[in-house]
Design a binder for this molecule. Sequence first.
Ligand SMILES: [Zn+2]
Length: 261
Amino acid sequence: MRTWIPDERFLPYMTWKQVEALPRDRALVVLPTAAIEQHGHHLPLATDTLLNNYLLGHALRRLPADLPVYALAPVCYGKSNEHIGFPGTFSLARDTFVSVLRDLGASLKAGGFRKLVFFNSHGGNHSLVDVMARDLRAELGLTTFCLFGGGPASGLSAQEAKYGFHAGEVETSLLLDATPDLVATDHYTASYIRRVGDPGTLMPEFAYATYAWLTRDVSPTGVMGDPAPSTAEHGRRWRDEMAGCIAQALVEMAAFEHTQP
Ligand SMILES: [Zn+2]
């Protein structure tokens, strides 16, 4: 697996004695959570895992050298059953995914660390990661955080900004910058789960009234969005914007402590 994480911030490259010597009581450890799942006809299965590593790596490079923030190896498999039926999607069951996060949190605590942030890059993991951040706070007393991507991408059409869920302009542009050899630019397809301006209050996401959906209900190719306008230049700009947002959040998390009321 390619990695953009700086070596000096990548825990798996250290010996246990080097880990022991870290300022573990105040260090912030990042656990990336991602997916191996279909991303249409034009992007690889590892898209969410690659983008996670790419954005996190560029964010970590922006941190002050003395800020104790370290990354773990990613949980590459996630809760991806919305893409089931597309060969190449490998999904963990809810309980499996939750157990992996709990076990890694317990290992972190046993190793003398106190602070954990989940950096998630796959929408299907979102709600479970949220629950586990709270559970590890309640059950283990860890100080836990969630980071979901790197904030909204600037300059998208309203349609793509709202409904470019999967393998659309943002993911495609980011990968055109990160790993252009893995993007099949002659195999773009487009479909949307809904149109901006459609009547009604029932929404697929981000609303008070929602319905559960599977990708096969929506898109024969697996794409939800339109990759056609994607460029590496857009990807580079969004990478920088997102890495800046992620770095800012990590700085605040590293300084954060719960205070008694
Ligand atoms: Zn994705």
